[in-house]
Design a protein. Structure first.
Length: 569
């Protein structure tokens, strides 16, 4: 491709709403353009990256025996009502009516559609297992789309679904997809890690997320330094702390203490001269089944996902101030578990603790001398807090958890019969009986993978694309386009590079070389070939890798071989 024949408009300034490195650089380099909140156009350079990622995905899915399909983007409400997700999915599901008043939605995911396809076409265990995938646009009406391609409303996704006669077959395909995803992200040139994760609104029994490691990642990964256990923050398991709060034996009855204006853990612990770990946080949640309370130590944070899972309730979210006051009878900051007339779920660390402090459900008052076993009627104890770096690994009991940051780019689920049961998708088993399909689900965010690559690989000058997914592998820059010798050699090199099967772009603009170099660095082409005065005087060409500071001068006769050798690195 010649620069003059495409559209690449680079910018010096990032858009004002850009918060992440990838958002800034993808816009500045002319790869994406904002159309509306959370909706982007991919420009010629950007779509080349997307297509290369898609190509790697297709190759690995086809190699693994998956079948490509294309399901509708606009889905009838009837399918979602069958599965129970029409109401459950919430406001992220964009619902609309056609001219006849029939309800539809824009597909955020396609479990219902693929289950409907299979129940119509597959009748016998002899046709199983089956593994389908598609690469398609999705839409989720995010309440706060941000971070460019990292959290869009409209996005490109590879989603796959497998159907099995039993759990053993489902687990075999799950392992196969785990291996395929590992190859995909390795081929994309990314540093990543597969971690255990919560299944969320998709459902199912267990899942793994594939996380690209990046300091700017929005998700926390906890991994054991001994046994190799790794999970995201939502899923990471915790045990009992080896350093419980030091308290006096509680032989005293509870006592209400005046704590004027002291709401936060820090304020209360300082006022009462106790450690934050001696306090009990009482967090009120709303849910479809009504409000409930979660109790954790004052130095811990409640894990909302774990709270929803332990409670077994849906649509779980933090209560607003008005609800808290209605439930507890006090302003926010003074809620406590004693006398609370709603269900109470407590973190395992609180079990058996004495001499604790909590809100009194009365403004400006707290209760001291609390014995958890004696004074609080806990409905269920469980793992309800966020794991933190330094925690003992719950799996092996000897290692320590280490926190790193990552960006979710892929997610695989073992769904079980959640959708086949709800939608009456049956097959005839070996005994001729009707059975529900056992299902798996496998997704990759294509745009997120593009953005994650930028988050992981960039410097102060711009993007540093891995060779496999770069928009062009090689950029050829004649220093002075008006110089006949430089122009003709650049043209010849361009033709020779393309003929070898390496994609290249020729910067044929008649502008200063400094601007060309800055643009090349911003756009992140892995290899820069410069035809300048060294060629005129010494018959040598400058070659520079984007991920290295120093360039190399190469004899003109050796340039093509040098390019071939370099891009394999």
């Amino acid at each position: 491709m010649r620069y003059s024949r495409t559209i690449i408009n680079t910018r010096k300034e990032a858009p004002s709403d850009a918060e992440t490195v990838s958002h800034k650089l993808l816009v500045r380099s002319g790869m994406i353009q904002k159309v509306a909140q959370g909706i982007y156009s991919f420009q010629p350079l950007g779509i080349r990256v997307i297509k290369k990622i898609e190509g790697i995905i297709r190759e690995e899915m086809d190699t693994a025996g998956a079948l490509e399909v294309l399901l509708p983007f606009v889905l009838p409400a009837d399918l979602w009502i069958e599965s129970g997700r029409w109401e459950q999915y919430g406001k992220e599901l964009l619902r609309l009516q056609d001219r006849h008043g029939r309800w539809f939605c824009l597909g955020p995911t396609h479990e219902e559609a693929i289950t409907d396809l299979v129940r119509r076409e597959v009748r016998s265990y002899k046709q199983l297992p089956l593994n389908f995938y598609q690469i398609q646009v999705k839409f989720r009406d995010e309440i706060r789309p941000r971070f460019g391609l990292m959290r869009c409303r409209e996005f490109i996704m590879k989603d796959g679904y497998s159907f099995h006669e039993d759990e053993a077959s489902a687990e075999e395909t799950y392992r196969s997809m785990h291996e395929a995803y590992t190859r995909i992200f390795e081929r994309c040139g990314l540093k990543f890690r597969a971690v255990e994760a919560d299944t969320g609104t998709i459902g199912g029994s267990f899942s793994h997320e594939f996380m690209v490691l990046a300091d700017t990642g929005e998700e926390v990964i906890l991994s054991c330094n001994s046994c190799g256990y790794a999970a995201n923050l939502e899923k990471a398991e915790t045990g009992i702390s080896e350093n419980p709060p030091s308290v006096d034996e509680c032989s005293h009855s509870v006592e209400k203490i005046h704590t004027p204006g002291k709401k936060s853990v820090e304020e209360v612990s300082s006022f009462l001269k106790v450690k934050p770990s001696n306090l009990i946080k009482t967090i009120i949640f709303n849910s479809e089944g009504g409000p409930f309370a979660v109790l954790v130590r004052g130095d811990r944070e409640v894990n909302t996902t774990k709270a929803a899972r332990l409670s077994g309730l849906t649509n779980v979210e933090l209560s607003d101030d008005a609800t808290i006051e209605k439930v507890t009878g006090a302003h926010t900051g003074f809620a406590g578990p004693i006398g609370l007339k709603i269900k109470k779920f407590a973190d395992n660390e609180l079990k058996g603790l004495t001499g604790m402090v909590a809100g009194a459900n009365e403004k400006d008052y707290h209760i001291v001398n609390i014995d958890v076993s004696r004074d609080i009627s806990v409905d269920i104890f469980g793992d309800l807090r966020n794991a933190v770096e330094g925690d003992i690994c719950h799996r092996c009991g000897s290692g320590r958890l280490r926190a790193t940051k990552g960006i979710e780019v892929g997610h695989i689920f073992k769904l079980g019969a959640k959708y086949s049961s709800a939608m009456k998708a049956f097959f005839l088993d070996r005994a001729g009986r009707e059975r529900e399909f056992v299902m798996g689900c496998y997704g990759i965010g294509v745009g997120r993978t593009m953005a994650a690559a930028v988050e992981q690989r960039h410097d102060e000058k711009g993007i540093i694309w891995p060779v496999a997914i770069a928009p062009y592998t090689v950029v050829i820059i004649p220093v002075n386009w008006r110089d006949d010798a430089q122009r003709l050699m650049a043209e010849k090199l361009y033709v020779n590079v393309v003929q070898t099967g390496i994609d290249a772009i020729l910067d044929d603009r008649d502008i200063s070389p400094g601007v060309k170099f800055m643009d090349a660095d911003l756009m992140g082409f892995p290899l820069r070939i410069v035809v300048g005065q060294k060629y005129i005087k010494e018959n040598r060409i400058e070659i520079k890798r984007r991920d290295q500071k120093e360039s190399e001068l190469v004899e003109i006769t050796e340039v093509i071989q040098k390019i071939k050798n370099t891009i394999k690195i």
